[in-house]
Write a protein that binds this ligand. Sequence first.
Ligand SMILES: Cc1ncc(COP(=O)(O)O)c(C=O)c1O
Length: 429
Amino acid sequence: MSKTNRSQEIFKLAQQVIPGGVNSPVRAFRSVGGIPRIIERGEGAYLIDADNNRYLDFCSSWGPLIFGHCDPDIMSAIKEQTEKGISFGTSTEIEYELAEFIVHHVEHVDKIRFVSSGTEAVMSAIRVARGFTDRDLIVKFDGCYHGHCDHLLVKAGSGLATFGQPSSAGVPKNITADTVVLPLNDQKALTDFFNKQGDKIAAVIIEGIPANNGLLIQHQEYIQSLRKLTEKHGALLIFDEVITGFRIGMTGAAAYYGIIPDLVTYGKIVGGGMPVGAFGGRTDIMDVLSPLGPVYQAGTLSGNPVAMRAGLTTLKKLADGKIHIQLEKLNQRFVTRLLNHLQGCDVSIAGIASIFWIAFQRSLPLTASEIKSEGITHFNRIHESVLEKGIYLPPSGYEVCFISAAHTEKDLDNAADILGELIAKEINA
Ligand SMILES: Cc1ncc(COP(=O)(O)O)c(C=O)c1O
């Protein structure tokens, strides 16, 4: 057994002053049991905890760290900026540069605004959609998570699913009254709803690739039909690319599906590991924002120069597409090797770009309701022993894993062998 004394001590103290000892619920390890590791530092693909244990990191700070921890270019960009000042509350050249870079690389973004988190980006995009269309109704999908803003906290992915909650307390019914939840991958439910209420819908929001309740890669025809229906009924299509943005290539899941969304939301990679979110889209839609238009939206730290510098450095390193190709290859190699260990077991693995998710069931689910709770129980049972072997998986069976450019073939081969052995043992027990 590795030593976890310091982690235990610190977590105990934290629980006295922070609810549940955490600033985001899934970090508490409630469903997987075991000891939440208190992380002291990151080195490339590895996390090092307060007891000096090293873990190969598949959480990657929940997605932002596509270059792993302490990438030298990103770190020196941050250092350089901090020497000039960390926040001005004014316009800066660097925020323009990042905006211009994104607009230049992403065809469907004419204008973009920066905020401080993915939640804020989504919340603002929804307000813009309502302001632009002068309609109230929002459609979201069961299992898609779009941050913790009140009106989208319904059937919303891992955090709630992990704790067996369909929704959150503290959200008044009238706030979600204009939120309609449809199942994913259900063409009939979609078409029927549009036939009935299509002209009242302000926007449909969907995760670029639903990756917050397992990895539910939707069929292209379904997403394309969603695009057609929204267009026909004058509803906006918001692609929430907080996870997929700049991870599924530079143009995200929208390009993967061959569609042009009206609005797109970003987070995670766009800030290179610093707290950034962004939303953007067509000029006529974005120009409803204050000070040009009537939709109010603001932020003290929005466009923070340190975060913009980290984001721009990250995106520039990704822009030629080579890293995306390298990561996809690594992911495929890892998934293939892991599956080799699991022949004959009821386990499948969803993988796309540098994201993978292990489903402890024979076939991959396409909707939240197809995820088998017994599978999540298997995951929960192995999580601590996987940690013991030096592999950090996100502490929920509903969460996806990320591979970064700091992961080597050797790291991944070794992890596939360890995971393969532990999973097979669990399934065959
Ligand atoms: C698709 C998606 N949208 C929005 C959010 C919210 O982002 P944040 O946690 O930065 O508020 C997340 C967070 O995981 C997400 O995965």
